[in-house]
Design a binder for this molecule. Sequence first.
Ligand code: ATP
Ligand code: MG
Length: 742
Amino acid sequence: MALEDLNNRQQEAVRTTEGPLLILAGAGSGKTSTMTHRIAYMVEQGVDPYHILAVTFTNKAANEMRSRVEDLIGRIGPMWIMTFHAMCLRILRIDAEKAGYDPNFVIYDTQDQKTAVRNILKSSGISDKEYKPQYLLSVISGCKEREQDSEQFREVNPETPRAKAIYTVYSAYEKLLRENNAMDFDDLLLNAVKLLKSNAEVREKYQERFQYIMVDEYQDTNHIQYELVKILADKYRNLCVVGDDDQCIYEWRGADIRNILDFEKDFKEAKVIKLEQNYRSTGNILDAAYSVIHNNKGRKSKRLWTEKEAGEKIRYYRADSDREEADYTARQIGQMVRNGRSYDDFAILYRTNAQSRLFEEALSRAGIPYQVLSGMRYYDRKEIKDALAYMRLVVNPADDLSLLRIINEPKRGVGPKTIEKTQAFAQVRGQSLFEALADPDGEVLESLPGRSYDKVKELVETVKACQEGMDGASVSKIFDVLLTRTGYLPSLQSERTVEAESRIENLMEFKSVIAEYEKTAENPTMQEFMAQMALAADVDQYDESEENVTLMTLHSAKGLEFPVVFLPGMEDGLFPGTRAFDSEADMEEERRLCYVGMTRAKEILFLSSAEVRTRYGRTEYTKESQFLSEIDRKVMTGDAVYDSHKKSGFGLDTGNMDGYRTRPQKPFRKSALKPIDALSYAQQETAKTAEAPNLKAGDKIEHKKFGQGFVIDVKGQIATIMFDTVGVKKVALGIAPIRKIG
Ligand code: ATP
Ligand code: MG
């Protein structure tokens, strides 16, 4: 192995095989590369691979590390290179009995967990409306991360009805898992730690085995992972942790940034090596990323440098609309590919999964192959499929598959037996399932068990009402009625979990699809909309083996790198998200996420935002992200779309720096950025959007505030209008109070 490939400090880190070592370094400084070389070096120095353990967070990262080590030394042999969960699973399989489990214990996935909790709620008479399984599970998971069992939970919490209910469910859940010889994901970590703590024999076995331990992305470890590492390393103390406090992006999941900041306290004899040379990105990209992250207060000060040239400036683009932002991105990619780049060079990293749809569509339109990493393709998502099933049922009452998909979604107490019975009924009567249930004679509906009767009746009546009103009503209206009156959205909303929130977000994004359809179609109807959806899903087919543009969330991009990176949606309320404006800690986490995103880029970094964005079915003006204003503008270039930005010097090469820095911050419009409240959004009709006048250049209009004027130009959802009184202005169609007068 050639150590000459590494710089001096990296080499020092590689050679420091004994004792605790903290490699604290910024993005792209070669932390992961140093770690893989260190493993290879140890093996060359005669360390038995059997004694080496390397841990990372994702399967992708673990596989990557394994193959890099194999490249260096051939085979990894009995070395353990894996994720925390995989490691604990292995430990527990070997010594299950000592942990009080049968070696064939099963693992409960999210779905199993929910079913378990639901059963517990039922048998203990606790309302699953008041206490959603998903909520209870997230509380339980939080407890397990803190090593708190149900008894301890009870001890530390005051006896409120809520705490009592949680205790009841938590203790029953523990019991149920035990009885079923099952563990959930949190248990894997928890039980491994418990076993190591309580059983000296097992502890010594693993301490003896893992004489050399390495942890990548250490900044994202939570309490229990930290405990695990500490116990294992306690004897030989050859623990090397690698991380970057600036890249901690999982605080919301219990990651504790202090684990890395306090490493020197836990291991007093620790050697600390800082790597400051970045090998990944150009100078401008580094400067831009630094100018953002140095606004965070609680960080260890460090600044990266590079021998690379300054390279291209960061390109910022303020699009007219979110749709145009996606088209712009596709255009840029198309152009660079024509100039010789490969599709593999590009990554589009967004803040929320819901943003992927417009990019998927724009790339498809432009014939650009892409893949969506971790996280499903938009139309494959469960909630979207559910919504489509509801809508399909309206258009086609004979669609049994769609009915089966949603009859117990949300839960209406309809189990397999009931379904079987209903199917038999329908068959005898020669009707589809829905027709049978909706039949005025009421026979089939009334055959349902009491617990599901009311809910299914509501479902059937809602769908029927939509069928009857379909011709007159707007598609978005039908969508709203379907998803609210059938209980689908309300049920998601009452879950109050991250997962449910993101589903709601996706559904509201789907409402934007409908709004867009209604705006562009000549004669929008439900039937035609459904037909278009079917086509869209078909066009979506793609070949995995080809070169692809990569789409993923910022969170899943950790540790990766791409020659060209796009960070879209740089808007307050989206990135940083709404919550960050109420909490400095959240703001700093968002800023770290921004830093992670920017430092994925090797050569070219694009940032963009949209003047007008449709979210949750509403079209709104946006405000540029505060992170944009933090970027040193010497390294940024871009064409501002609006005069107002030119005045403030936004994104322009020539411009007054002070003006840029002190650009007047419009008061933050809370109303426009309310946390997700889907129900109220859904209940509001898209009246505003529906009223968007169909304008073209030359039309005369009247604006409620600015009076009369004529249209100079219409681009997407934006019209440029010459007003008699106030001169030229841009207005958003569907929002601005204008009407055509000639
Ligand atoms: P992140 O913080 O994003 O996880 P990292 O610190 O783990 O980044 P690596 O992914 O290991 O960084 O390295 C970034 C890039 O720099 C890789 O392409 C790697 O091959 C390259 N690199 C690392 N060290 C050197 C070196 N000494 N000489 C040349 N290239 C290097
Ligand atoms: Mg890395």
